[in-house]
Unconditional design. Structure first.
Length: 741
């Protein structure tokens, strides 16, 4: 039987709440090293910063890398890569036994060495600029190439329609249009210019919103993404056509006949962020980027003593996943759950078909589940761990996106139903409307505000998790404690449920909601799983938690229904809803009151109800998994189920199938699967640190006591918590988070 740690007796071992001893000395994460070349882009190593991500690998002696910048959305809402770069050197310096490729986490840079050649590559943390420093011990002929598969218009076929927002409704002749690429003597420019008509117009028409189209935010029309490569000392020597993986490309080549030292600069502009560092600023960028990453690792860390290899592995993969998130620290757009900025050639993501043909013979721009589409159920798992890791500044790209989309969600609500509030749907586009394919095809004259989709209908509560993140970010970060900019988002999301379900009650002839004056949430949805639900527990828990946490809530707690309960084998459990018509997916919304809403759990009333739900609910048991976005590992940790939490954590944070350990398989989505990584991070954090409602800390509440470890994580009240467990003995120190980087 899985054990529950009895954490209360351990409290006697804790030293006082605010310890005046000096903090632990600076933490320096270990380098991650390869000593052999890679076979293809699936064996790439990530690097990045600010809003730029790179996949870097050495193949057949050539250094290759993709660059992606947050926000490169084309007309079809595909998230384009900026291109692929190749460095070729004579006499193949990287083909010897002294080859070494190192991800220097403390500097946020990759260093490649071999045969007297050294390349250091990094992204500037303050601008959208990539630098490469090249050093050779002798004169060497070197060629730098920019490779683009968008050198001609390219039809988006039905087979690859998942990469854009049209999905299976893709119109005939839909294309990714060619970039404008111009070569000069020692630099090159590349631009993708969107047309004025985009998938936004298609979506507005399909959703019957043409009457308010002029009011709606549209980030796609005429969007211009561009970049410049500067290669001093190199000279343009021509173009050639080639083929990599499953895609043809054209290469623009620049050659240096006798290179010893060189600096290459690649600056990007996604149409919204255009500040770049000049090539003369490379030394400045190198120092400030390294300083930023060093400070990033001081915010929080988890360490083990190496006595258990399995623990060392999961802690390392947690750290590598956090690095991926740090690479989009200051993007205008959030990190995508389905690969982030680190997707690689899709032909290498999945095994070939039985007949030997590739599963995904598409361009490097391809990913399933779209480029500008944001399923909030997936995105949330990428962002929840940023609170305890102390990375609340990284939350801004996600929360600010919701803030940009808020006027469209409010306008949509008023147009359809004539009341206030913001209706954010699941499968949300980056302009705040439902994905047009997932929206379905409502019958003429029906309620056009409701998606006609078996999985998504009436699912309006997912934005509430981001509302809670906005509220909690002020409690975790003293620097944002006075920031009220997300108040309109929280208020309008709560207002929608209040006014919408009162409207439904009035339409049905009810003068009151219930005898107690509470809302009736029907039709509702328990995630994508329990459909046509009456008072779904996931929605009620969300409304309750957010309304409690937000003092100016327009929805009073007295109007929110009580959580539904039912009995299984004589024990009280949380019900998915009072009633529902069908089970559509494999989520477990009856445990959402544990996480993310923390109504039940360790240090909270009626823990037994949540435990009975975890162990006895037949759907919860049948749906249990560590795959993809599954969050059973989080619930096990929140409930103090140490053996369960350990088992699921080891599965979640196991090495992925590709060469870089934190590049996980697609799961339900695409590779690298960042919502798997995010949910794994959350679960590990919960094993180490939880809080009671009054803020009392629970240390190592679901942590195997034979695993020696120490951590620095963040808690509410602007507290930084350092704790360690050695042979089952726990000690801690808590500091005010009053330091700035």
């Amino acid at each position: 039987m899985t054990t529950i740690h009895r954490y209360l007796p351990l409290l006697a071992l804790f030293i006082p709440l605010f310890c005046h001893a000096e903090r632990t000395s600076d933490y320096v994460p270990a380098d991650y090293v390869w000593t052999t070349q890679s076979h293809n882009s699936s064996e790439s190593m990530p690097c990045g910063g600010h809003d730029v991500g790179m996949n870097v690998w050495v193949e057949d002696g050539d250094l290759l890398f993709y660059i992606a910048q947050s926000g490169w959305f084309d007309e079809n809402n595909t998230l384009l890569k900026a291109g692929r770069w190749r460095l070729h050197f004579d006499r193949q310096p990287f083909s010897g036994d002294d080859f070494r490729q190192t991800l220097r986490l403390d500097e946020g840079a990759i260093r490649i060495e071999g045969g007297g050649m050294t390349v250091r590559l990094w992204a500037d943390v303050m601008t959208s600029t990539v630098f490469l420093e090249l050093h050779s011990t002798k004169n060497r002929r070197a060629t730098v190439s920019y490779e683009s598969w968008r050198h001609h218009d390219r039809e988006v076929t039905k087979a690859e329609c998942q990469q854009c927002s049209y999905k299976w409704l893709i119109p005939k002749g839909c294309a990714t249009y060619a970039d404008s690429i111009t070569a000069y003597d020692n630099h090159l420019t590349f631009t993708h210019q969107n047309h004025s008509t985009t998938v936004f117009d298609f979506t507005v028409a399909r959703a019957h919103l043409d009457a308010i189209k002029s009011q709606l935010y549209n980030p796609l029309a005429n969007r211009r993404m561009s970049g410049v490569m500067e290669v001093p000392g190199f000279t343009f020597t021509g173009t050639h056509d080639g083929h990599y993986a499953s895609t043809d490309y054209r290469s623009w080549d620049y050659t240096h006949p006798r290179m010893r030292h060189a600096v290459i600069r690649i600056a990007l502009d996604n149409g919204e962020q255009s500040a770049t560092a000049s090539i003369q600023q490379a030394p400045i960028s190198k120092k400030r980027s390294a300083r930023w990453w060093h400070a990033f690792w001081q915010r929080s860390w988890i360490q083990t003593d190496g006595s258990h290899a399995e623990v060392s592995r999961i802690v390392r993969n947690y750290e590598l996943m956090r690095f991926l998130l740090g690479c989009n620290a200051y993007g205008q757009w959030p990190t995508k759950f389905n690969g982030g900025l680190f997707t690689f050639d899709p032909v290498f993501v999945e095994e070939a078909k039985e007949d030997g043909t590739p599963s995904n013979p598409f361009t490097p721009d391809y990913r399933k589940w779209g480029g500008g589409t944001m399923p909030a159920q997936n995105q949330r798992l990428v962002y929840w761990p940023m609170l305890k890791s102390g990375d609340t500044d990284l939350l801004a790209s996600q929360l600010d996106t919701y803030l940009r989309l808020l006027p469209n969600a409010v306008a949509r609500t008023h147009h359809y139903w004539g009341h206030g509030g913001a209706s954010f749907t699941e499968q949300l586009e980056n302009f705040g409307l439902p994905n047009p394919a997932e929206y379905g095809n409502p019958p003429e004259g029906s309620d056009y505000g409701v998606e006609r989709n078996a999985w998504l209908e009436y699912e309006w509560d997912t934005a509430l998790e981001f509302c809670m993140m906005a509220i909690l970010s002020r409690q975790y970060s003293p620097e944002s404690s006075g920031d009220d900019r997300y108040a309109p988002l929280v208020e309008e999301c709560l207002r929608f449920f209040d006014e919408h379900y009162q409207m439904i009650a009035k339409r049905q002839g009810s003068k009151t909601l219930t005898d107690s004056g509470r809302l009736i949430i029907y039709p509702g949805s328990g995630c994508e799983t329990y459909k046509m639900a009456y008072n779904p527990s996931s929605t009620i828990a969300a409304l309750t938690a957010v309304a409690r946490a937000y003092s100016a809530s327009p929805l009073p707690l007295s109007r929110i229904p009580q959580l539904p309960l039912h009995t299984i084998d004589g024990d009280t459990c949380i019900a998915p809803a009072i009633t529902w018509s069908r089970v559509q997916n494999t989520e477990t919304p009856q445990l959402y009151p544990v996480f993310p809403w923390r109504i039940y759990g360790l240090g909270r009333p009626h823990l037994d109800i949540a435990l009975h739900t975890y162990w006895k609910d037949p759907h919860a048991v049948a749906m249990r998994s560590s795959k993809g976005w599954k969050q059973d590992n989080i619930w096990a940790a929140c409930l103090g189920l140490t053996d369960e939490a350990r088992r699921l954590c080891l599965e979640k944070l196991a090495d992925g199938p590709y060469r870089f350990p934190a590049f996980w398989e697609p799961g339900f989505d695409w590779a690298p699967d960042l919502n798997r990584g995010g949910s794994a991070m959350i679960g590990l954090q919960e094993m180490l640190l939880q809080e009671k409602p009054d803020g009392e800390l629970l240390l190592f509440p679901s942590w195997p006591h034979e695993w020696n470890a120490k951590f620095r994580l963040h808690a509410t009240g602007g507290r930084v918590v350092e704790a360690q467990i050695i042979n089952g003995q726990i000690s801690k120190a808590v500091y005010p988070n009053n330091t700035k980087e």
